[in-house]
Design a binder for this molecule. Structure first.
Ligand code: TYM
Length: 335
């Protein structure tokens, strides 16, 4: 039996952080042997908010290098850049024409990001989830491994696919495959270091709120030293009154590869003064191999470019078939 297909992606906006790693990329790596994988650097999504053209290309390359440095294996996975496969934009247009405007207006991420943009909200920001649906549906993906914040976008993707199938498919021959979100319980929502009730995010103006995968040991130490804690004695998971405590213990658990029970047994009696250095050492040790692999890869630009060139060819082959299938079912003239 052929393997199920996985597709996922990260926006090349600034440095990837522990939320991106623990909520998404690490899970891609752990599961990749079980699937046929397509991992995309979603650069078209990165321009839905104001962007700097001088850094878009380099951020795209560094994101791809980080995929590899985190352990994506080209034997079972394809890494490519979204804008290198024009079918993404083309399918997004076709899907736009069946997606009701009010479905997009209710997207939580749109509402959150739109507030920050004020008068300058672009049509692209509103349309962002339709492009994401195109990314996924083009590859007939069975599973989409993401963090919790993408769940609503995955539901929308399914709704769009159902609408296309209802309108243009035959009963036994759907046009598009319905994907499922793959959201792990652990790591699905890594919280900010400065506020345990807010998601760790690339767009938080405070650098202290997140640990980037490329932070130096000194930076990691500084951020953990300054992170928000509480005056309660002892450390515990799952106390809603202690969101920072839960978040920091969860980070430790994931980065140290321990079970919740092990961490509970080890840390219940600890104070912050004892726990923070432990979290610093664990984080530095977990990121060190990724950083050294990343540095090696960045010294081999030609190799990286060849990976992306091959990835674009492989992705294109799959994407163009789906695009043609959709165009045929919508009734376009072919030549
Ligand atoms: P992006 O670039 O914001 O985030 C990339 C991945 O990281 C996850 N993530 C988190 N997980 C846990 N805790 C956090 N604090 C945290 N922050 C981010 C996200 O859930 C995501 O899995 N729309 C997507 C990119 C995208 C995409 C796609 C994803 C475009 N097309 C197709 C999957 C399939 C996004 O903005 O991710």
């Amino acid at each position: 039996m052929s393997k199920q297909r996985v597709l996922s992606g990260v926006q090349p906006t600034g440095n990837l952080h522990l939320g991106n790693y623990l909520g998404a990329i690490r899970n891609w790596v752990e599961e990749q042997n079980n699937y046929d994988n397509f991992f995309c650097v979603v650069d078209l999504h990165a321009i839905t908010v104001p962007h700097d053209p001088l850094v878009l290309a380099s951020n795209t390359l560094t994101t791809a290098a980080l995929y590899l440095a985190c352990g994506i294996d080209l034997e079972c996975s394809t890494i490519f850049v979204q804008s290198h496969v024009s079918a993404h934009s083309e399918l997004a247009w076709l899907l736009n024409c069946v997606t009701p405007l009010n479905w997009l207006e209710r997207m939580i991420q749109f509402k959150e990001k739109a507030v920050k943009q004020g008068e300058n909200v672009s049509v692209g920001l509103l349309d962002y989830p339709v492009l994401m649906a195109a990314d996924i549906l083009l590859y007939d993906a069975d599973q989409v491994p993401v963090g919790e914040d993408q769940k609503q976008h995955l539901e929308l993707t399914r709704d769009i696919a159902i609408r296309i199938n209802d309108r243009f498919g035959k009963k036994k021959e759907p046009v598009l495959k319905l994907p499922k979100p793959l959201i792990r319980k652990q790591g699905a929502r890594v919280m900010s270091l400065t506020d345990g009730t807010k998601k760790m995010s690339k767009s938080d103006p405070s650098e202290l709120s997140r640990i980037s995968l490329l932070d130096s040991p000194e930076e990691i130490k500084r951020k953990i030293k300054k992170c928000k804690t509480d005056p309660v004695k002892g450390l515990e998971f799952d106390n809603p009154e202690r969101p920072e405590c839960h978040n920091l213990l969860s980070l430790y658990q994931l980065l140290a590869n321990k079970t919740k029970e092990e961490v509970q047994a080890e840390c219940t009696e600890m104070g912050w003064g004892q726990f923070k250095p432990l979290l610093v050492d664990t984080t530095v040790a977990a990121l060190e191999p990724i950083q050294s692999k990343y540095n090696e890869l960045m010294a081999e630009r030609t190799y990286l470019e060849s990976v992306l060139e091959k990835g674009a060819t492989q992705a294109n082959e799959v994407a163009i078939n789906t695009l043609n299938r959709v165009k045929k079912s919508l009734g376009f003239l072919s030549i």
